[in-house]
Ligand binder design. Structure first.
Ligand code: GAF
Length: 441
Protein backbone atom coordinates (compact mmCIF):
# COMPACT_ATOMS: atom_id res chain seq x y z
CA UNK A 1 0.00 0.00 0.00
CA UNK A 2 3.00 2.26 0.29
CA UNK A 3 2.85 3.00 -3.41
CA UNK A 4 -0.88 3.88 -3.31
CA UNK A 5 -1.47 7.40 -4.50
CA UNK A 6 -3.92 9.44 -2.44
CA UNK A 7 -5.20 12.79 -3.60
CA UNK A 8 -5.43 14.94 -0.48
CA UNK A 9 -7.98 17.74 -0.37
CA UNK A 10 -5.52 20.04 1.40
CA UNK A 11 -6.32 22.64 4.01
CA UNK A 12 -8.63 25.32 2.55
CA UNK A 13 -7.13 28.21 4.52
CA UNK A 14 -3.56 27.35 3.49
CA UNK A 15 -4.54 26.83 -0.13
CA UNK A 16 -6.41 30.15 -0.15
CA UNK A 17 -3.41 31.95 1.41
CA UNK A 18 -1.00 30.47 -1.16
CA UNK A 19 -3.34 31.35 -4.01
CA UNK A 20 -3.65 34.92 -2.75
CA UNK A 21 0.15 35.25 -2.74
CA UNK A 22 0.38 33.85 -6.28
CA UNK A 23 -2.38 36.21 -7.40
CA UNK A 24 -0.35 39.22 -6.27
CA UNK A 25 2.64 37.99 -8.34
CA UNK A 26 0.61 37.19 -11.45
CA UNK A 27 -1.56 40.32 -11.54
CA UNK A 28 0.54 42.79 -9.51
CA UNK A 29 -2.46 43.69 -7.36
CA UNK A 30 -4.26 42.15 -4.40
CA UNK A 31 -7.05 39.59 -4.70
CA UNK A 32 -10.34 40.65 -3.13
CA UNK A 33 -10.91 37.14 -1.83
CA UNK A 34 -10.91 33.42 -2.53
CA UNK A 35 -13.98 31.30 -3.30
CA UNK A 36 -14.19 27.53 -3.25
CA UNK A 37 -16.61 25.07 -4.85
CA UNK A 38 -16.47 21.31 -4.24
CA UNK A 39 -16.59 18.42 -6.66
CA UNK A 40 -19.14 15.67 -6.05
CA UNK A 41 -19.59 11.93 -5.89
CA UNK A 42 -23.02 10.60 -6.81
CA UNK A 43 -24.32 7.51 -4.99
CA UNK A 44 -26.97 6.95 -7.61
CA UNK A 45 -28.83 8.77 -10.34
CA UNK A 46 -26.40 8.90 -13.28
CA UNK A 47 -27.76 10.04 -16.63
CA UNK A 48 -31.20 10.81 -15.21
CA UNK A 49 -30.94 14.45 -14.16
CA UNK A 50 -32.01 15.44 -17.68
CA UNK A 51 -35.03 13.09 -17.33
CA UNK A 52 -36.21 14.78 -14.11
CA UNK A 53 -34.94 11.88 -11.98
CA UNK A 54 -33.54 11.90 -8.46
CA UNK A 55 -29.80 12.18 -7.93
CA UNK A 56 -28.00 11.44 -4.68
CA UNK A 57 -24.71 13.33 -4.52
CA UNK A 58 -22.40 14.30 -1.70
CA UNK A 59 -19.92 17.16 -1.99
CA UNK A 60 -16.22 16.33 -1.70
CA UNK A 61 -13.58 18.19 0.26
CA UNK A 62 -11.73 18.46 -3.06
CA UNK A 63 -12.72 21.19 -5.47
CA UNK A 64 -11.77 24.40 -7.23
CA UNK A 65 -10.39 27.56 -5.64
CA UNK A 66 -10.76 30.89 -7.42
CA UNK A 67 -8.97 34.07 -6.31
CA UNK A 68 -10.38 37.18 -7.93
CA UNK A 69 -10.44 40.96 -7.99
CA UNK A 70 -12.91 43.14 -9.91
CA UNK A 71 -12.02 45.30 -12.92
CA UNK A 72 -14.03 48.14 -14.39
CA UNK A 73 -13.08 47.81 -18.08
CA UNK A 74 -15.17 44.68 -18.84
CA UNK A 75 -12.00 42.62 -19.33
CA UNK A 76 -11.75 39.11 -17.92
CA UNK A 77 -8.20 37.95 -17.30
CA UNK A 78 -7.81 34.29 -16.41
CA UNK A 79 -5.04 31.98 -15.42
CA UNK A 80 -5.08 28.41 -14.13
CA UNK A 81 -2.30 26.89 -12.06
CA UNK A 82 -3.02 23.43 -13.48
CA UNK A 83 0.30 22.55 -15.15
CA UNK A 84 -1.46 20.70 -18.00
CA UNK A 85 -3.68 23.65 -18.90
CA UNK A 86 -1.68 26.72 -17.93
CA UNK A 87 -0.67 28.88 -20.89
CA UNK A 88 -0.24 32.10 -18.92
CA UNK A 89 -2.85 34.82 -18.54
CA UNK A 90 -5.71 34.63 -21.05
CA UNK A 91 -7.56 37.89 -21.82
CA UNK A 92 -11.22 37.99 -22.83
CA UNK A 93 -12.43 41.53 -23.52
CA UNK A 94 -16.10 42.35 -22.90
CA UNK A 95 -16.65 38.83 -21.55
CA UNK A 96 -20.11 39.57 -20.09
CA UNK A 97 -21.34 40.08 -23.66
CA UNK A 98 -19.10 37.85 -25.77
CA UNK A 99 -17.78 35.07 -23.58
CA UNK A 100 -16.14 32.69 -26.03
CA UNK A 101 -13.62 34.10 -28.48
CA UNK A 102 -12.25 31.37 -30.77
CA UNK A 103 -8.70 32.01 -29.69
CA UNK A 104 -9.37 31.28 -25.99
CA UNK A 105 -8.49 27.81 -24.63
CA UNK A 106 -11.66 25.77 -24.15
CA UNK A 107 -11.48 25.58 -20.32
CA UNK A 108 -11.86 29.37 -20.12
CA UNK A 109 -15.43 29.03 -21.42
CA UNK A 110 -16.49 27.57 -18.06
CA UNK A 111 -15.51 30.87 -16.41
CA UNK A 112 -16.36 33.44 -19.07
CA UNK A 113 -19.62 31.60 -19.76
CA UNK A 114 -20.59 31.99 -16.13
CA UNK A 115 -19.88 35.71 -16.21
CA UNK A 116 -22.09 36.00 -19.28
CA UNK A 117 -24.97 34.03 -17.74
CA UNK A 118 -24.71 35.83 -14.39
CA UNK A 119 -25.08 39.10 -16.30
CA UNK A 120 -28.41 37.78 -17.63
CA UNK A 121 -29.57 36.77 -14.13
CA UNK A 122 -28.78 40.28 -12.90
CA UNK A 123 -31.25 41.75 -15.35
CA UNK A 124 -34.04 40.07 -13.35
CA UNK A 125 -32.58 40.04 -9.85
CA UNK A 126 -31.17 43.39 -8.66
CA UNK A 127 -29.20 41.74 -5.82
CA UNK A 128 -27.18 39.87 -8.42
CA UNK A 129 -26.89 42.68 -10.99
CA UNK A 130 -23.28 43.02 -12.13
CA UNK A 131 -21.81 46.50 -11.98
CA UNK A 132 -21.66 48.13 -15.42
CA UNK A 133 -18.35 47.37 -17.10
CA UNK A 134 -17.61 44.59 -14.62
CA UNK A 135 -14.66 42.41 -15.44
CA UNK A 136 -12.20 40.53 -13.23
CA UNK A 137 -8.72 39.15 -12.75
CA UNK A 138 -9.00 35.47 -11.85
CA UNK A 139 -6.52 32.84 -10.69
CA UNK A 140 -7.60 29.19 -10.44
CA UNK A 141 -6.36 26.16 -8.60
CA UNK A 142 -8.08 22.78 -8.43
CA UNK A 143 -7.54 19.89 -6.04
CA UNK A 144 -9.68 17.56 -8.19
CA UNK A 145 -8.48 15.29 -10.97
CA UNK A 146 -9.44 17.15 -14.17
CA UNK A 147 -11.94 15.10 -16.18
CA UNK A 148 -12.04 12.52 -13.38
CA UNK A 149 -15.84 12.26 -13.31
CA UNK A 150 -15.97 14.19 -10.03
CA UNK A 151 -17.34 17.44 -11.46
CA UNK A 152 -14.13 19.32 -12.03
CA UNK A 153 -15.85 21.53 -14.61
CA UNK A 154 -18.95 22.30 -12.57
CA UNK A 155 -16.84 23.11 -9.53
CA UNK A 156 -14.90 25.62 -11.63
CA UNK A 157 -18.18 27.20 -12.77
CA UNK A 158 -19.54 27.35 -9.24
CA UNK A 159 -16.40 28.83 -7.70
CA UNK A 160 -16.34 31.41 -10.49
CA UNK A 161 -19.99 32.37 -10.06
CA UNK A 162 -19.41 33.02 -6.34
CA UNK A 163 -16.29 35.04 -7.11
CA UNK A 164 -18.24 37.22 -9.54
CA UNK A 165 -21.22 37.55 -7.19
CA UNK A 166 -18.79 38.37 -4.38
CA UNK A 167 -16.84 41.06 -6.24
CA UNK A 168 -19.34 42.52 -8.71
CA UNK A 169 -22.88 42.58 -7.30
CA UNK A 170 -24.83 44.38 -4.54
CA UNK A 171 -25.13 41.03 -2.74
CA UNK A 172 -21.33 40.81 -2.55
CA UNK A 173 -20.90 44.48 -1.64
CA UNK A 174 -23.35 44.19 1.26
CA UNK A 175 -21.87 40.91 2.45
CA UNK A 176 -18.10 41.13 2.26
CA UNK A 177 -15.85 38.09 2.67
CA UNK A 178 -17.36 35.16 4.54
CA UNK A 179 -20.57 37.07 5.30
CA UNK A 180 -21.53 36.04 1.78
CA UNK A 181 -21.90 32.46 2.99
CA UNK A 182 -24.71 33.50 5.34
CA UNK A 183 -26.38 35.71 2.74
CA UNK A 184 -26.55 32.93 0.14
CA UNK A 185 -29.94 31.37 0.75
CA UNK A 186 -30.80 28.04 -0.84
CA UNK A 187 -33.00 29.89 -3.34
CA UNK A 188 -30.08 32.13 -4.38
CA UNK A 189 -27.82 29.10 -4.63
CA UNK A 190 -30.36 27.38 -6.88
CA UNK A 191 -30.44 30.50 -9.07
CA UNK A 192 -26.64 30.54 -9.31
CA UNK A 193 -26.69 26.82 -10.19
CA UNK A 194 -29.05 27.61 -13.08
CA UNK A 195 -26.65 30.29 -14.30
CA UNK A 196 -23.79 27.78 -14.26
CA UNK A 197 -25.85 25.19 -16.15
CA UNK A 198 -26.73 27.77 -18.75
CA UNK A 199 -23.07 28.67 -19.20
CA UNK A 200 -22.12 25.03 -19.70
CA UNK A 201 -24.93 24.28 -22.12
CA UNK A 202 -24.98 27.50 -24.12
CA UNK A 203 -21.37 28.68 -24.04
CA UNK A 204 -19.26 25.53 -23.59
CA UNK A 205 -21.71 23.33 -25.49
CA UNK A 206 -21.83 20.37 -23.09
CA UNK A 207 -25.17 18.69 -22.43
CA UNK A 208 -25.13 18.85 -18.63
CA UNK A 209 -28.42 18.12 -16.86
CA UNK A 210 -27.81 20.11 -13.67
CA UNK A 211 -26.77 17.47 -11.14
CA UNK A 212 -23.21 18.70 -10.76
CA UNK A 213 -23.89 22.41 -10.30
CA UNK A 214 -26.68 21.84 -7.79
CA UNK A 215 -24.53 19.39 -5.85
CA UNK A 216 -21.63 21.83 -5.65
CA UNK A 217 -23.70 24.86 -4.65
CA UNK A 218 -26.28 23.19 -2.40
CA UNK A 219 -24.61 20.31 -0.56
CA UNK A 220 -24.13 20.27 3.20
CA UNK A 221 -21.50 18.90 5.56
CA UNK A 222 -22.14 15.29 6.66
CA UNK A 223 -25.22 15.09 4.45
CA UNK A 224 -26.44 13.12 1.49
CA UNK A 225 -28.19 15.44 -0.95
CA UNK A 226 -31.36 14.13 -2.48
CA UNK A 227 -31.89 16.26 -5.57
CA UNK A 228 -35.25 15.93 -7.27
CA UNK A 229 -34.49 17.07 -10.81
CA UNK A 230 -38.16 17.65 -11.65
CA UNK A 231 -37.94 20.98 -9.85
CA UNK A 232 -34.41 20.86 -8.41
CA UNK A 233 -35.75 20.74 -4.87
CA UNK A 234 -33.37 19.31 -2.32
CA UNK A 235 -33.58 17.32 0.91
CA UNK A 236 -30.48 16.61 2.98
CA UNK A 237 -30.07 13.56 5.18
CA UNK A 238 -27.43 12.94 7.80
CA UNK A 239 -24.88 10.24 6.95
CA UNK A 240 -22.71 10.32 10.06
CA UNK A 241 -24.37 7.19 11.46
CA UNK A 242 -23.02 5.28 8.47
CA UNK A 243 -19.59 6.84 8.27
CA UNK A 244 -18.35 5.75 11.68
CA UNK A 245 -17.68 2.21 10.46
CA UNK A 246 -17.82 2.61 6.69
CA UNK A 247 -16.18 4.91 4.23
CA UNK A 248 -16.96 6.10 0.75
CA UNK A 249 -13.87 6.01 -1.38
CA UNK A 250 -13.54 7.46 -4.88
CA UNK A 251 -11.08 5.66 -7.13
CA UNK A 252 -9.95 7.83 -10.02
CA UNK A 253 -8.98 5.48 -12.84
CA UNK A 254 -6.73 8.13 -14.38
CA UNK A 255 -8.60 7.74 -17.63
CA UNK A 256 -10.03 11.22 -18.22
CA UNK A 257 -13.37 11.90 -19.86
CA UNK A 258 -14.65 14.94 -21.72
CA UNK A 259 -18.31 15.91 -21.64
CA UNK A 260 -17.87 17.81 -24.86
CA UNK A 261 -16.43 14.97 -26.92
CA UNK A 262 -19.79 13.75 -28.23
CA UNK A 263 -20.09 10.38 -26.47
CA UNK A 264 -22.11 11.80 -23.57
CA UNK A 265 -24.42 13.67 -25.96
CA UNK A 266 -24.93 10.61 -28.17
CA UNK A 267 -26.03 8.56 -25.13
CA UNK A 268 -28.31 11.40 -24.08
CA UNK A 269 -29.78 11.66 -27.59
CA UNK A 270 -30.61 7.93 -27.60
CA UNK A 271 -32.25 8.19 -24.19
CA UNK A 272 -34.29 11.16 -25.31
CA UNK A 273 -35.37 9.42 -28.51
CA UNK A 274 -36.70 6.57 -26.36
CA UNK A 275 -38.63 9.03 -24.21
CA UNK A 276 -40.11 10.70 -27.29
CA UNK A 277 -41.38 7.33 -28.53
CA UNK A 278 -43.16 6.82 -25.18
CA UNK A 279 -44.88 10.12 -25.84
CA UNK A 280 -44.08 11.75 -22.48
CA UNK A 281 -42.36 15.09 -21.91
CA UNK A 282 -40.13 13.89 -19.15
CA UNK A 283 -39.34 10.30 -18.31
CA UNK A 284 -39.73 10.73 -14.54
CA UNK A 285 -43.33 11.87 -15.07
CA UNK A 286 -44.14 8.54 -16.72
CA UNK A 287 -43.53 6.80 -13.36
CA UNK A 288 -45.66 7.14 -10.21
CA UNK A 289 -44.32 8.91 -7.11
CA UNK A 290 -43.20 5.60 -5.63
CA UNK A 291 -42.26 3.59 -8.66
CA UNK A 292 -42.00 -0.18 -8.60
CA UNK A 293 -40.45 -2.76 -10.87
CA UNK A 294 -43.78 -3.46 -12.54
CA UNK A 295 -44.10 0.22 -13.54
CA UNK A 296 -40.75 -0.05 -15.28
CA UNK A 297 -41.74 -3.26 -17.04
CA UNK A 298 -44.95 -1.66 -18.31
CA UNK A 299 -43.03 1.25 -19.80
CA UNK A 300 -40.56 -1.07 -21.49
CA UNK A 301 -43.50 -3.00 -22.96
CA UNK A 302 -44.98 0.24 -24.22
CA UNK A 303 -41.66 1.00 -25.85
CA UNK A 304 -41.54 -2.42 -27.53
CA UNK A 305 -45.07 -1.97 -28.85
CA UNK A 306 -44.11 1.39 -30.29
CA UNK A 307 -41.12 -0.19 -32.03
CA UNK A 308 -43.35 -2.87 -33.51
CA UNK A 309 -45.73 -0.21 -34.71
CA UNK A 310 -42.82 1.34 -36.61
CA UNK A 311 -41.88 4.27 -34.34
CA UNK A 312 -39.41 6.77 -35.78
CA UNK A 313 -36.02 6.99 -34.06
CA UNK A 314 -34.54 9.57 -36.37
CA UNK A 315 -31.87 7.17 -37.57
CA UNK A 316 -30.85 5.99 -34.09
CA UNK A 317 -30.75 2.30 -33.31
CA UNK A 318 -33.94 1.22 -31.43
CA UNK A 319 -32.06 -1.44 -29.44
CA UNK A 320 -29.58 1.15 -28.15
CA UNK A 321 -32.42 3.54 -27.29
CA UNK A 322 -34.13 0.74 -25.33
CA UNK A 323 -30.99 0.06 -23.32
CA UNK A 324 -30.65 3.77 -22.41
CA UNK A 325 -34.30 3.75 -21.37
CA UNK A 326 -33.83 0.64 -19.26
CA UNK A 327 -30.82 2.21 -17.57
CA UNK A 328 -32.67 5.42 -16.79
CA UNK A 329 -35.72 3.64 -15.39
CA UNK A 330 -33.63 1.26 -13.28
CA UNK A 331 -31.59 4.18 -11.99
CA UNK A 332 -34.80 5.96 -10.99
CA UNK A 333 -35.97 2.92 -9.02
CA UNK A 334 -32.61 2.66 -7.27
CA UNK A 335 -32.63 6.35 -6.34
CA UNK A 336 -36.08 6.10 -4.78
CA UNK A 337 -34.97 3.00 -2.88
CA UNK A 338 -31.93 4.76 -1.40
CA UNK A 339 -33.94 7.88 -0.63
CA UNK A 340 -36.49 5.79 1.29
CA UNK A 341 -33.80 3.73 3.01
CA UNK A 342 -31.77 6.68 4.26
CA UNK A 343 -34.68 8.86 5.30
CA UNK A 344 -36.47 6.06 7.20
CA UNK A 345 -33.76 5.50 9.84
CA UNK A 346 -35.63 2.31 10.61
CA UNK A 347 -32.85 -0.12 9.87
CA UNK A 348 -29.61 -1.04 11.54
CA UNK A 349 -26.38 0.46 10.23
CA UNK A 350 -24.97 -2.74 8.78
CA UNK A 351 -28.22 -3.47 6.95
CA UNK A 352 -28.28 0.05 5.47
CA UNK A 353 -24.63 -0.27 4.44
CA UNK A 354 -25.17 -3.62 2.74
CA UNK A 355 -28.27 -2.46 0.85
CA UNK A 356 -26.42 0.66 -0.27
CA UNK A 357 -23.50 -1.46 -1.42
CA UNK A 358 -25.77 -3.76 -3.41
CA UNK A 359 -27.44 -0.78 -5.08
CA UNK A 360 -24.04 0.69 -5.99
CA UNK A 361 -23.05 -2.55 -7.71
CA UNK A 362 -26.41 -2.87 -9.48
CA UNK A 363 -25.88 0.70 -10.70
CA UNK A 364 -22.53 -0.29 -12.15
CA UNK A 365 -23.97 -3.25 -14.02
CA UNK A 366 -26.49 -0.89 -15.57
CA UNK A 367 -23.80 1.68 -16.47
CA UNK A 368 -21.95 -1.16 -18.20
CA UNK A 369 -24.72 -3.10 -19.90
CA UNK A 370 -27.54 -0.61 -20.46
CA UNK A 371 -26.05 2.89 -20.49
CA UNK A 372 -22.88 1.44 -22.04
CA UNK A 373 -20.66 4.16 -20.64
CA UNK A 374 -18.22 1.98 -18.68
CA UNK A 375 -14.73 0.87 -19.72
CA UNK A 376 -12.35 -1.95 -18.93
CA UNK A 377 -10.39 -0.37 -16.11
CA UNK A 378 -13.56 0.80 -14.33
CA UNK A 379 -15.00 -2.73 -14.54
CA UNK A 380 -11.77 -4.15 -13.16
CA UNK A 381 -11.71 -1.65 -10.29
CA UNK A 382 -15.33 -2.46 -9.39
CA UNK A 383 -14.69 -6.22 -9.40
CA UNK A 384 -11.44 -5.97 -7.44
CA UNK A 385 -12.89 -3.61 -4.83
CA UNK A 386 -15.86 -5.88 -4.16
CA UNK A 387 -13.66 -8.97 -4.06
CA UNK A 388 -11.42 -7.35 -1.46
CA UNK A 389 -14.09 -6.19 0.95
CA UNK A 390 -16.07 -3.28 -0.54
CA UNK A 391 -19.84 -3.66 -0.04
CA UNK A 392 -20.42 -2.35 -3.55
CA UNK A 393 -18.89 -0.16 -6.24
CA UNK A 394 -19.89 1.71 -9.38
CA UNK A 395 -18.68 4.05 -12.05
CA UNK A 396 -19.96 7.58 -11.38
CA UNK A 397 -20.40 10.68 -13.54
CA UNK A 398 -20.88 10.77 -17.27
CA UNK A 399 -18.68 7.73 -17.98
CA UNK A 400 -16.16 6.88 -20.74
CA UNK A 401 -13.49 7.61 -18.16
CA UNK A 402 -13.46 8.97 -14.64
CA UNK A 403 -13.95 7.48 -11.20
CA UNK A 404 -15.48 4.57 -9.35
CA UNK A 405 -17.25 5.11 -6.03
CA UNK A 406 -17.12 2.34 -3.44
CA UNK A 407 -18.49 1.83 0.06
CA UNK A 408 -15.95 0.04 2.21
CA UNK A 409 -15.90 -1.07 5.86
CA UNK A 410 -13.11 1.00 7.42
CA UNK A 411 -11.35 -2.21 8.42
CA UNK A 412 -11.01 -3.20 4.72
CA UNK A 413 -9.78 0.10 3.22
CA UNK A 414 -6.15 -1.05 2.99
CA UNK A 415 -7.16 -4.25 1.19
CA UNK A 416 -9.24 -2.39 -1.38
CA UNK A 417 -6.59 0.28 -1.93
CA UNK A 418 -3.88 -2.36 -2.25
CA UNK A 419 -5.63 -4.45 -4.89
CA UNK A 420 -6.78 -1.45 -6.96
CA UNK A 421 -3.31 0.10 -6.91
CA UNK A 422 -2.00 -2.97 -8.68
CA UNK A 423 -4.45 -2.53 -11.57
CA UNK A 424 -2.89 0.60 -13.06
CA UNK A 425 -0.11 3.04 -12.15
CA UNK A 426 -2.50 5.95 -12.86
CA UNK A 427 -5.05 5.05 -10.20
CA UNK A 428 -5.55 7.55 -7.38
CA UNK A 429 -7.74 7.51 -4.28
CA UNK A 430 -9.85 10.25 -2.76
CA UNK A 431 -11.58 10.04 0.61
CA UNK A 432 -15.20 11.00 0.12
CA UNK A 433 -16.27 12.95 3.19
CA UNK A 434 -19.65 14.63 2.67
CA UNK A 435 -18.74 18.30 2.80
CA UNK A 436 -20.15 21.81 2.78
CA UNK A 437 -21.32 23.55 -0.38
CA UNK A 438 -19.49 26.24 -2.37
CA UNK A 439 -18.41 29.19 -0.26
CA UNK A 440 -16.13 32.15 0.34
CA UNK A 441 -13.00 30.83 2.08
C1 GAF B 1 -22.32 14.64 -16.30
C2 GAF B 1 -23.41 15.67 -16.54
F1 GAF B 1 -22.89 16.93 -16.57
C3 GAF B 1 -24.47 15.60 -15.46
O1 GAF B 1 -25.50 16.51 -15.74
C4 GAF B 1 -25.01 14.18 -15.35
O2 GAF B 1 -25.85 13.90 -16.44
C5 GAF B 1 -23.87 13.19 -15.22
O3 GAF B 1 -22.90 13.35 -16.24
C6 GAF B 1 -24.34 11.78 -15.28
O4 GAF B 1 -25.23 11.57 -14.26
O5 GAF B 1 -21.63 14.90 -15.12
Amino acid sequence: ENSARWLAPGDPESIAAALTTRFAHVYERDAAGVWFAPGRANLNGEHIDFHGGRCLPVALRHGTYVAAAARTDGMLRLRTLDPDLDTGVVEIPDAANSPMPESAPSWTGYVSGVLWSLAQVGEELPDLALEPGYGADVLIRSTLPIGGGLSSSASLECAAVLAFAGTGTPLGAENPDEELNEALTDALRATLARACIRAEVEVVGAGTGGLDQNASLRAAKDKLVSLDCRDFSVTRTDLTFLLRDYQFLAIDTGQPHELTDGQFSSRRAEAEAAVAVLDVDRLRDALPARPRKTDVELLLERFDQAVEAGADFGGLEPGACRRRLKHALGEMLRSEKIHALITAEAHGVSHTAQVLGDILSAGHTSMKEQAEVSFRLADQVVDAAVQFGALGARLIGGGFGGSVLTLVPRSRINDVVGVCTRLSPDIRFLEVTPSAAARAV
